[in-house]
Structure formats: C-alpha cells, structure tokens
Design a protein around this ligand. Sequence first.
Ligand code: NAD
Length: 350
Amino acid sequence: MKKILITGGAGFIGSHVVRRFVNNYPDYMIVNLDKLTYAGNLANLTDIEDKPNYRFVKADITEASAINELFGKENFDAVIHLAAESHVDRSIADPTAFVMTNVIGTVNLLNAAREYWKGDYDKKRFYHVSTDEVYGALGETGMFTESTAYDPHSPYSASKASSDHFVRAYHDTYGIDIVVSNCSNNYGSHHFPEKLIPLAINNIKNGQPVPVYGKGENVRDWLWVEDHARAIDVIFHQAKTGQTYNIGGHNEWKNIDLIHLLCEIMDKKLGRAAGESAKLITFVTDRAGHDLRYAIDSTKLQNELNWVPSLQFEEGLEKTVEWYLQNEGWLSDVTSGNYQAYYENQYEGR
Ligand code: NAD
C-alpha cells in the first residue's frame, strides 16, 4: 500500500484532493496533515473521514521537530503539499505569517524528505502545489507559460515563488523527485468566504454590500476546483521528475463581469427580481499592488498528459451557488468561527 502525505487537506483545494485520492485509490493510505487554521475545516471531509484508507494528523508545518517526528514514524511514499497561507489580503496585513508557513514550512517538509528518504530519492515524489500569481501581472494580451520569468508582487505570491524555488533547488541539489504545478484561481464548494466568489455569494444571500476592488477591471482565469484536483492526480501519477505544469481554465473574466453573472444566478436561485442582487455591488479602494490580469497557458498539460477542464464556467458557477445555498450550516459555522473551537477540542492530542 502506498502511503501519501497530503498537507493542507482540510482547506479548500486540499479537501477536494484528499476526497479524490481516498475515493479513487483504495490501495493508497492518505494521511492528511493540517494545522486547522481559520481556513482548515474537517467538516469539509465528513463524507470520507471514516474510510479505512484515510487518517488525519493535526500538525503545523512550521514546526520542524513535529514534521521530522512524523516522517521518522511513517514511511511516506510521496507528499502532495498544499498547506499554505493563501489569502492575498491577509498577506498584505501580515507578511511574516506567509513567510513562516509558505517558505519555512515548505523547507521543513523538504528537509524531512531529504533526511528520511535518503537512498530512495528517485522512488518517492514531492509534489508542490502553487499558483499562477508567481508570474506577476500581464497587460491586455499574452499568457503565462511554464517558462515565464517569476515576478511576484504581493507578499503571498512572493512567498509562494520562494517555496517553488526551494522545491526545484532540492531537486537540482539533492536529486529529490519533485513536480510543481501553478494553477489559476479556483472556485467551487467548501471555499472559505473571504475569497471573491464565496464572499459575494454569502453577502448577496444576506443582502450585504458586495465589495469590488477599484472598478472591477482586474482579470482572472477561473478553474473549477474539482478539475484542479483531477489535474493534480494526473500530474502526480504521470509527470516526469522535475517537471512544472501550468493549470488553467482558459476562462478569463473581469471581476465586475463575473460579479454581474453571479448576481444574475443569485436572483434566479433566490427568486429575486432581475437586477436586485446587482444593487448590492459596492466599489471599494483597490488592493495595494493589485495585478491587472492573469492568464495561464496550460497547453503543456493538455498535450503531454491529456488534461482539459471538464466544466463550462456558467455551469460550474451555478453548481457552486447551489452548494452554498444547500449548505447554509457550513457557511454559518465557518463565518461564526464556532467550528474552529469545536474541532480543536475534538482533535487536540490525537
Ligand atoms: P486554503 O487557505 O483554503 O487552505 C490551506 C490549508 O492549509 C488549510 O486547511 C490550513 O489549515 C492549512 N495550513 C495553513 N497553515 C498551515 C501550517 N502552518 N501547517 C499545516 N497546515 C496549515 O487554501 P487553498 O485555496 O485550498 O490553497 C491550497 C494550495 O493551493 C495553496 O498552496 C495555494 O497557494 C494553492 N493555490 C490556490 C489557488 C486558489 O485559487 N485557491 C490557486 C492556485 C494555487
């Protein structure tokens, strides 16, 4: 049985990756390591938590001793590393937390692999999940490819860029088998409502203002989170060592157009008059250093590993809205913060 450590598996993308691997690979033991920060929520995984090939470990990747102890105890065959501080606005308020988790935490995992995988570097795999934000900003044309030079602008993207470099350096220096993927913005179920789409859904539902930065001119590429999880599965199993893949939806939207589409869907779902939800749109002072446009070219992944997104954005967005409306308990627990205390009590000391 293969034993795979997935870090950050209680978060948004991580929970989709854990679910996919636990369900699709009954012969793998999936160990989900997560600190359960405000963004980590074991309620994301209630449907698989009792499966025999799943285990949860509460740990902090910034604590090298805890990581080393775990690697010493468990004979992991691979790591899929998603644990991170992930919100750009929080990185502007507190950059150090991003350096600690995203840079030091990643290096701690790499050091544990270097120490405990000795003699087996070519048989084990370290998969690092990253973002397209490391590439910086585009003008009105062009796309990021795997060879685009890094040019991060926010403390978040600077910390992710640094972690990407460390992962590649451990391949080049020590020969550890690594792969890296850089993905565009994800959307879907179980997304913490501080990010644009779940925040807007929650606020529209509650009749609260929907904040849009600047004039809403920023352009992002959006990918359904389950398509990202499938891409990670394909890359993990098929990529050659040392490779990087860009993952994207070929699906660029100006923030303001996306919010209008969301308002239309919400009007329909909530039985409101057309245009009602759009009245909640409120323009706010632009984010400092806000990158104008990201667009990602995932041709390499398509050509080499035969991956393409499965879902049209409009359909995916509608599914996402439905999930939030059907899971009001999840949303209110997350926004009230109650779930955090509950799970800390439940999992302390395991
Ligand atoms: P998230 O914030 O929803 O989840 C992060 C998870 O990491 C949480 O469960 C949190 O508890 C855990 N974590 C944070 N600090 C930790 C620590 N010190 N030790 C152990 N666990 C810790 O983030 P997400 O949106 O699911 O992103 C997952 C990964 O994918 C990140 O590496 C992110 O950079 C990358 N990514 C995200 C997107 C996106 O659109 N959300 C796009 C591309 C790449």
